[in-house]
Design a protein around this ligand. Structure first.
Ligand SMILES: Cc1cc2nc3c(=O)[nH]c(=O)nc-3n(C[C@H](O)[C@H](O)[C@H](O)COP(=O)(O)OP(=O)(O)OC[C@H]3O[C@@H](n4cnc5c(N)ncnc54)[C@H](O)[C@@H]3O)c2cc1C
Length: 461
């Protein structure tokens, strides 16, 4: 139970309708896409930065933990109030404050939905490239906190490449501004990029200045089918060797394709003998796109593609992408629970990652379909389990550890997109040394001396 005078203070700051203590809200705001939640003790919906600062100051004074929350689509439990306390939902702070066409930037409040920002800037011929698959649900604040990425990362980078400046409330209640509207700024430590990817453990982000780029006028989509993952990865190298940087370069394995086919009620989605497909987008001027598409096709054929399809119009593009869009849902239809790991390896080592997963599949008797962003080596390893099979879940957890150790041995990382939260915190020492973890803990302490902001995340407890 929260101290009654804290509740009174919260109501005085944001108004009674914006403090929720009913059971349904406490449970709903206590979970995210990981689906392993812990109820909040109160949910507070501030309207602006000054209210956020006052809420934070009150929580700090009462030594009550607090957790910032965007849309709750995180996959690692980042927005879960693991130690109870107050969830600060930024959902009322959802305005696009400025689209500055002259300076190619946008200023937004944290809970603008990513897809809404993309639509707004594209209406004036600009482009915000980061495109997590959750873009129609997740928020820019959550994307910044997680440094979200997506299929376009290989060509355009991830969220961090687009954050120029931030306004944020420190866990002690002060408001700071980092970076700004300029592209060049080398004054002091780069606090902006310390906060990007800090998973809501260092500050509550209340305003974001984002870099935009001109919208590429033309896009083309190709789909190439291969008889092995090795061939598909060889095609990726060959495409790059021919000096094409595709806007997206997605790899989907045979098991994932089968799941989509089953879900769509078709016999097969690719020619017989297909073990992997690549979905590629190229973008730019009409002439560049036509030339790049030719080079991509030639590269795929050169390494032995069984088939290369090129969309002739928008409807065909959508059709080629359908298999990727249907993936998540299709896998869930096959097995209701999946442990979705977003590991990343240097792209030349993707075949070794597939071999590692193949060994894990056999050793732990698990279904593990794979798909992901081949251009940047970020592969989603989906360990599929039945929720009521405790023994299978146990095997899956053992397999996770072997996977993470193997990925680090391949010079990779245990998370390319979803962050650590609390679900991956026990695995942090697999990738980071004791000295690195100790330094990060000292950074956390400098921001948050009483460990009140999102406790229980990032570091093993
Ligand atoms: C179907 C689906 C597909 C997905 N695809 C991708 C993908 O392609 N790429 C990818 O990177 N991720 C993906 N994700 C994961 C998730 O969408 C991202 O991590 C996203 O950035 C989370 O945004 P959110 O608004 O939901 O944040 P939340 O889940 O609400 O919060 C995530 C973290 O950010 C912190 N946070 C939120 N807002 C703030 C703020 N204003 N200030 C400080 N901290 C804050 C929270 O405390 C928490 O630690 C996917 C998730 C789903 C469900």
């Amino acid at each position: 139970m929260l101290p009654p005078d804290l509740l009174d203070a919260l109501v005085a700051i944001v108004g009674e309708p914006n403090v929720r203590i009913d059971e349904a809200s406490l449970v709903t705001y206590g979970t995210d896409a990981l689906k392993r939640g812990h109820p909040a003790e109160a949910v507070v919906l501030p309207a602006d930065t000054s209210q956020v600062a006052k809420v934070v100051a009150q929580c700090a004074e009462h030594r009550v933990p607090f957790v910032p929350r965007g849309a709750g689509t995180g996959y690692t439990g980042g927005a879960v109030p693991l130690h109870g306390g107050v969830v600060i939902s930024l959902e009322r702070m959802n305005r696009i404050l400025e689209i500055d066409e002259a300076n190619l930037l946008a200023v937004v409040e944290p809970n603008v939905i990513t897809g809404d920002l993309q639509t707004a800037v594209e209406a004036v011929g600009l482009f915000y490239p980061p495109d997590p698959a959750s873009l129609h649900m997740s928020t820019i604040g959550g994307n910044v906190a997680e440094c979200a990425g997506g299929p376009r990362a290989f060509k355009y980078g991830t969220t961090k490449q687009y954050v120029l400046g931030l306004e944020a409330v420190l866990p002690t209640g002060e408001v700071i501004e980092t970076g700004g509207k300029v592209v060049k700024n080398v004054v002091g430590y780069d606090l902006t990029h310390l906060l990007v990817g800090s998973e809501g453990t260092l500050a509550v982000i209340t305003k974001i200045i984002l870099r935009l780029v001109p919208k590429p006028p033309v896009q083309a989509t190709l789909r190439a089918s291969f008889k092995s993952v090795e061939d598909a990865v060889a095609a990726v190298s060959e495409v790059i060797r021919r000096r094409v940087v595709p806007a997206t370069l997605e790899l989907i394995d045979g098991e994932s394709l089968e799941a989509v086919a089953k879900n769509l009620g078709v016999r097969s989605l690719a020619p017989p003998g297909t073990a992997a497909i690549l979905l590629l987008d190229v973008d730019g001027s009409a002439q560049a796109v036509a030339e790049d598409a030719d080079r991509v096709e030639a590269a795929c054929v050169a390494v032995g593609a069984i088939e290369v399809l090129r969309a002739k119009h928008e409807a065909e593009r959508a059709e080629l992408w359908r298999v990727r869009r249907e993936l998540s849902l299709s896998l869930k239809m096959v097995t209701p629970l999946k442990f979705n790991h977003d590991v990343v390896v240097p792209k030349g080592r993707i075949p070794e990652l597939f071999a590692l997963v193949s060994r894990i599949r056999d050793a732990y008797r698990l279904r593990i379909p794979l798909f992901g962003h081949a251009g940047d080596g970020n592969i989603h390893v989906n360990i599929m389990v039945m929720p009521d099979d405790a023994e299978e879940i146990e095997r899956a957890h053992e397999a996770e550890k072997v996977l993470f150790e193997g990925v680090v041995a391949l010079e990779g990382s245990i998370s390319g997109e979803h962050g650590i939260g609390f679900s991956k915190a026990p695995f942090l020492p697999i990738e980071l040394s004791p000295d690195e973890i100790s330094l990060m803990k000292r950074v956390k302490l400098a921001f948050d001396p009483h460990n009140l902001l999102n406790p229980g995340k990032m570091f093993p407890e």
